[in-house]
Design a protein around this ligand. Sequence first.
Ligand code: SAH
Length: 258
Amino acid sequence: METVPHSLGCVVLVGAGPGAADLLTLRAARAIAAADVIVHDGLVGADVMAMVPAGARLVDVSKRRARHTLPQEDIGRLLVREALAGHIVVRLKGGDPFIFGRGGEEVEACQAAGVPVEVIPGVSSALGAAAAAHMPLTHRDHASMVSFVAGECRSLSQQDWAGLAGKGRTLVIYMGVSGAAQIAEKLMADGLAPDTPVAVIERATLPTMRVLRSLLADLPGLVSREAVVSPALIIVGDVAALGLTPHIQQKALPCPAY
Ligand code: SAH
Protein backbone atom coordinates (compact mmCIF):
# COMPACT_ATOMS: atom_id res chain seq x y z
CA MET A 1 0.00 0.00 0.00
CA GLU A 2 1.24 3.42 -0.83
CA THR A 3 1.89 5.68 2.12
CA VAL A 4 0.77 9.28 1.90
CA PRO A 5 3.89 11.46 2.17
CA HIS A 6 3.85 13.62 5.24
CA SER A 7 3.64 17.17 3.96
CA LEU A 8 5.49 19.66 6.09
CA GLY A 9 3.87 23.01 6.68
CA CYS A 10 5.70 26.18 7.65
CA VAL A 11 5.61 29.05 10.09
CA VAL A 12 5.53 32.68 8.98
CA LEU A 13 6.14 35.35 11.60
CA VAL A 14 4.21 38.34 10.32
CA GLY A 15 4.51 41.91 11.56
CA ALA A 16 0.97 43.30 11.60
CA GLY A 17 2.09 46.91 12.07
CA PRO A 18 0.85 49.34 14.70
CA GLY A 19 -2.88 48.98 14.05
CA ALA A 20 -4.14 50.47 10.79
CA ALA A 21 -4.55 47.66 8.26
CA ASP A 22 -3.21 49.70 5.35
CA LEU A 23 0.15 49.85 7.12
CA LEU A 24 0.64 46.12 6.50
CA THR A 25 3.22 45.18 3.91
CA LEU A 26 1.98 43.53 0.71
CA ARG A 27 3.95 40.43 1.71
CA ALA A 28 2.18 40.32 5.10
CA ALA A 29 -1.22 40.60 3.41
CA ARG A 30 -0.27 37.74 1.07
CA ALA A 31 0.80 35.51 3.98
CA ILE A 32 -2.42 36.22 5.89
CA ALA A 33 -4.47 35.34 2.82
CA ALA A 34 -2.63 32.00 2.48
CA ALA A 35 -2.83 30.97 6.15
CA ASP A 36 -4.46 27.78 7.43
CA VAL A 37 -3.92 28.75 11.06
CA ILE A 38 -3.40 32.23 12.52
CA VAL A 39 -1.85 32.53 15.96
CA HIS A 40 -2.27 36.12 17.10
CA ASP A 41 -1.88 38.32 20.14
CA GLY A 42 -3.87 41.21 21.55
CA LEU A 43 -2.01 44.02 19.78
CA VAL A 44 -3.10 43.08 16.26
CA GLY A 45 -5.56 45.74 15.05
CA ALA A 46 -9.21 44.84 14.43
CA ASP A 47 -8.92 45.89 10.77
CA VAL A 48 -6.02 43.50 10.28
CA MET A 49 -7.97 40.69 11.94
CA ALA A 50 -10.81 41.40 9.51
CA MET A 51 -8.45 40.32 6.68
CA VAL A 52 -8.16 36.77 8.02
CA PRO A 53 -9.61 34.38 5.41
CA ALA A 54 -12.84 32.62 6.34
CA GLY A 55 -11.27 29.16 6.24
CA ALA A 56 -8.38 29.94 8.60
CA ARG A 57 -8.44 28.75 12.19
CA LEU A 58 -7.73 31.48 14.74
CA VAL A 59 -5.75 30.88 17.90
CA ASP A 60 -5.67 33.79 20.34
CA VAL A 61 -2.63 33.70 22.62
CA SER A 62 -3.14 37.18 24.09
CA LYS A 63 -3.13 37.97 27.79
CA ARG A 64 -6.74 39.08 27.46
CA ARG A 65 -7.83 35.64 26.38
CA ALA A 66 -5.53 33.49 28.48
CA ARG A 67 -5.70 35.87 31.49
CA HIS A 68 -1.96 35.48 31.67
CA THR A 69 0.59 35.42 28.91
CA LEU A 70 0.91 31.94 27.46
CA PRO A 71 4.43 30.76 28.30
CA GLN A 72 6.67 31.37 25.31
CA GLU A 73 7.65 27.69 25.13
CA ASP A 74 3.97 26.77 24.75
CA ILE A 75 3.60 29.20 21.84
CA GLY A 76 6.73 27.75 20.21
CA ARG A 77 5.40 24.22 20.68
CA LEU A 78 2.01 25.21 19.24
CA LEU A 79 3.60 26.73 16.10
CA VAL A 80 5.77 23.66 15.57
CA ARG A 81 2.90 21.22 16.13
CA GLU A 82 0.65 22.99 13.63
CA ALA A 83 3.40 23.22 11.01
CA LEU A 84 4.28 19.55 11.41
CA ALA A 85 0.61 18.77 10.80
CA GLY A 86 1.10 20.32 7.35
CA HIS A 87 -0.41 23.75 7.95
CA ILE A 88 0.71 27.17 6.84
CA VAL A 89 0.90 28.85 10.23
CA VAL A 90 0.91 32.62 10.41
CA ARG A 91 2.14 34.01 13.71
CA LEU A 92 0.64 37.49 13.63
CA LYS A 93 2.21 40.06 15.92
CA GLY A 94 1.69 43.76 16.53
CA GLY A 95 4.33 46.03 15.00
CA ASP A 96 7.48 44.18 13.97
CA PRO A 97 8.12 40.59 15.11
CA PHE A 98 11.72 41.36 16.09
CA ILE A 99 11.10 44.52 18.13
CA PHE A 100 10.06 43.37 21.60
CA GLY A 101 7.94 40.71 19.91
CA ARG A 102 9.76 37.56 21.06
CA GLY A 103 10.07 36.60 17.42
CA GLY A 104 13.64 35.44 18.00
CA GLU A 105 12.53 32.71 20.38
CA GLU A 106 9.88 31.51 17.94
CA VAL A 107 12.37 31.32 15.07
CA GLU A 108 14.67 29.29 17.32
CA ALA A 109 11.83 26.89 18.26
CA CYS A 110 11.05 26.30 14.57
CA GLN A 111 14.69 25.83 13.62
CA ALA A 112 15.22 23.36 16.48
CA ALA A 113 12.28 21.31 15.19
CA GLY A 114 13.38 21.50 11.55
CA VAL A 115 10.29 23.50 10.57
CA PRO A 116 10.72 26.04 7.74
CA VAL A 117 10.23 29.55 9.07
CA GLU A 118 9.98 32.93 7.40
CA VAL A 119 9.88 36.41 8.94
CA ILE A 120 7.95 39.30 7.43
CA PRO A 121 8.79 42.68 8.94
CA GLY A 122 6.13 45.11 10.11
CA VAL A 123 5.99 48.82 10.86
CA SER A 124 7.02 48.96 14.48
CA SER A 125 4.79 51.14 16.63
CA ALA A 126 7.61 53.67 17.17
CA LEU A 127 7.72 54.32 13.43
CA GLY A 128 3.93 54.36 13.08
CA ALA A 129 3.60 56.73 16.02
CA ALA A 130 6.33 59.07 14.80
CA ALA A 131 4.79 59.31 11.34
CA ALA A 132 1.23 59.78 12.58
CA ALA A 133 2.28 62.46 15.07
CA HIS A 134 4.66 64.18 12.62
CA MET A 135 7.40 63.67 15.18
CA PRO A 136 10.62 62.73 13.33
CA LEU A 137 12.74 60.36 15.45
CA THR A 138 15.88 61.80 13.87
CA HIS A 139 16.26 65.36 12.62
CA ARG A 140 19.35 67.24 11.44
CA ASP A 141 18.80 69.94 14.07
CA HIS A 142 17.65 67.79 17.00
CA ALA A 143 18.68 64.13 17.05
CA SER A 144 21.16 61.95 15.20
CA MET A 145 20.66 58.86 17.37
CA VAL A 146 17.59 56.88 18.36
CA SER A 147 17.22 54.01 20.82
CA PHE A 148 14.33 51.64 21.46
CA VAL A 149 14.10 50.31 25.01
CA ALA A 150 11.69 48.13 26.99
CA GLY A 151 10.25 50.03 29.95
CA GLU A 152 8.64 47.14 31.79
CA CYS A 153 8.72 47.81 35.53
CA ARG A 154 10.13 44.45 36.50
CA SER A 155 13.27 44.74 34.39
CA LEU A 156 13.87 48.49 34.77
CA SER A 157 16.39 48.33 37.59
CA GLN A 158 18.60 45.90 35.64
CA GLN A 159 18.70 48.02 32.49
CA ASP A 160 21.53 50.42 31.78
CA TRP A 161 20.19 53.36 29.81
CA ALA A 162 23.17 55.62 30.47
CA GLY A 163 23.92 57.68 27.38
CA LEU A 164 20.77 56.67 25.51
CA ALA A 165 18.90 59.91 26.26
CA GLY A 166 20.12 63.49 26.18
CA LYS A 167 21.07 66.22 23.72
CA GLY A 168 20.94 65.01 20.14
CA ARG A 169 19.31 61.69 21.10
CA THR A 170 15.83 60.26 20.97
CA LEU A 171 14.76 57.54 23.38
CA VAL A 172 11.63 55.55 22.56
CA ILE A 173 10.25 53.52 25.45
CA TYR A 174 7.94 50.59 24.73
CA MET A 175 5.78 49.07 27.49
CA GLY A 176 6.50 52.01 29.76
CA VAL A 177 3.08 53.31 30.82
CA SER A 178 2.76 51.53 34.14
CA GLY A 179 6.37 52.30 35.05
CA ALA A 180 6.27 55.99 34.01
CA ALA A 181 7.21 57.24 37.50
CA GLN A 182 10.20 54.90 37.82
CA ILE A 183 11.25 55.73 34.24
CA ALA A 184 11.28 59.50 34.91
CA GLU A 185 13.17 58.91 38.14
CA LYS A 186 15.71 56.62 36.46
CA LEU A 187 16.38 59.08 33.62
CA MET A 188 16.78 62.05 35.96
CA ALA A 189 19.08 59.99 38.24
CA ASP A 190 21.18 59.34 35.10
CA GLY A 191 21.52 63.13 34.74
CA LEU A 192 18.79 63.97 32.23
CA ALA A 193 17.37 67.48 32.71
CA PRO A 194 13.88 67.57 34.30
CA ASP A 195 12.78 69.92 31.51
CA THR A 196 13.65 67.48 28.70
CA PRO A 197 10.63 67.23 26.34
CA VAL A 198 8.60 64.02 26.54
CA ALA A 199 5.64 62.77 24.52
CA VAL A 200 3.24 59.91 25.12
CA ILE A 201 1.60 58.47 22.02
CA GLU A 202 -1.36 56.25 22.77
CA ARG A 203 -2.99 53.88 20.24
CA ALA A 204 -0.72 55.18 17.49
CA THR A 205 -2.18 55.16 13.95
CA LEU A 206 -5.66 54.21 15.18
CA PRO A 207 -8.55 56.69 14.89
CA THR A 208 -8.49 57.15 18.68
CA MET A 209 -4.78 58.01 18.79
CA ARG A 210 -3.71 60.63 21.35
CA VAL A 211 -0.45 62.57 21.40
CA LEU A 212 0.32 64.06 24.80
CA ARG A 213 3.31 66.22 25.59
CA SER A 214 5.05 67.46 28.66
CA LEU A 215 8.46 67.64 30.33
CA LEU A 216 10.32 64.73 31.89
CA ALA A 217 9.67 65.74 35.52
CA ASP A 218 5.93 65.79 34.76
CA LEU A 219 5.80 62.43 32.90
CA PRO A 220 4.11 60.52 35.76
CA GLY A 221 1.67 63.44 36.25
CA LEU A 222 0.82 63.47 32.53
CA VAL A 223 0.18 59.72 32.45
CA SER A 224 -2.14 59.84 35.46
CA ARG A 225 -3.93 63.14 34.57
CA GLU A 226 -4.71 61.89 31.08
CA ALA A 227 -5.42 58.32 32.23
CA VAL A 228 -3.09 56.93 29.56
CA VAL A 229 -3.68 53.27 28.78
CA SER A 230 -1.61 50.66 26.98
CA PRO A 231 -0.62 50.46 24.17
CA ALA A 232 1.35 53.66 24.36
CA LEU A 233 4.91 54.76 23.73
CA ILE A 234 6.95 57.30 25.63
CA ILE A 235 9.34 59.43 23.56
CA VAL A 236 12.07 61.37 25.36
CA GLY A 237 14.24 64.04 23.73
CA ASP A 238 14.01 67.31 21.82
CA VAL A 239 12.01 65.75 18.97
CA ALA A 240 9.18 65.10 21.46
CA ALA A 241 8.40 68.81 21.26
CA LEU A 242 8.03 68.71 17.46
CA GLY A 243 5.08 67.75 15.36
CA LEU A 244 1.39 68.18 15.86
CA THR A 245 0.16 71.14 17.88
CA PRO A 246 1.42 70.90 21.44
CA HIS A 247 -0.39 69.02 24.17
CA ILE A 248 -3.43 66.97 23.22
CA GLN A 249 -4.04 66.25 19.57
CA GLN A 250 -6.47 63.54 18.65
CA LYS A 251 -5.17 62.46 15.27
CA ALA A 252 -3.27 63.56 12.23
CA LEU A 253 -5.34 64.97 9.40
CA PRO A 254 -5.06 63.00 6.17
CA CYS A 255 -4.05 64.96 3.09
CA PRO A 256 -7.25 65.84 1.23
CA ALA A 257 -6.23 64.26 -2.06
CA TYR A 258 -4.66 61.14 -0.58
N1 SAH B 1 6.42 44.33 18.29
C1 SAH B 1 5.74 45.55 18.70
C2 SAH B 1 6.01 45.90 20.16
C3 SAH B 1 5.47 44.89 21.15
S1 SAH B 1 5.75 45.39 22.81
C4 SAH B 1 6.16 46.70 17.79
O1 SAH B 1 7.09 46.53 16.99
O2 SAH B 1 5.54 47.77 17.86
C5 SAH B 1 4.22 46.16 23.20
C6 SAH B 1 4.39 47.66 23.30
O3 SAH B 1 4.43 48.23 21.99
C7 SAH B 1 3.24 48.37 23.98
O4 SAH B 1 3.36 48.33 25.38
C8 SAH B 1 3.43 49.78 23.45
O5 SAH B 1 4.47 50.44 24.14
C9 SAH B 1 3.88 49.53 22.02
N2 SAH B 1 2.79 49.62 21.06
C10 SAH B 1 2.33 48.64 20.26
N3 SAH B 1 1.35 49.10 19.45
C11 SAH B 1 1.19 50.41 19.75
C12 SAH B 1 0.34 51.46 19.28
N4 SAH B 1 -0.55 51.25 18.31
N5 SAH B 1 0.47 52.69 19.83
C13 SAH B 1 1.39 52.94 20.77
N6 SAH B 1 2.20 51.99 21.28
C14 SAH B 1 2.11 50.76 20.78
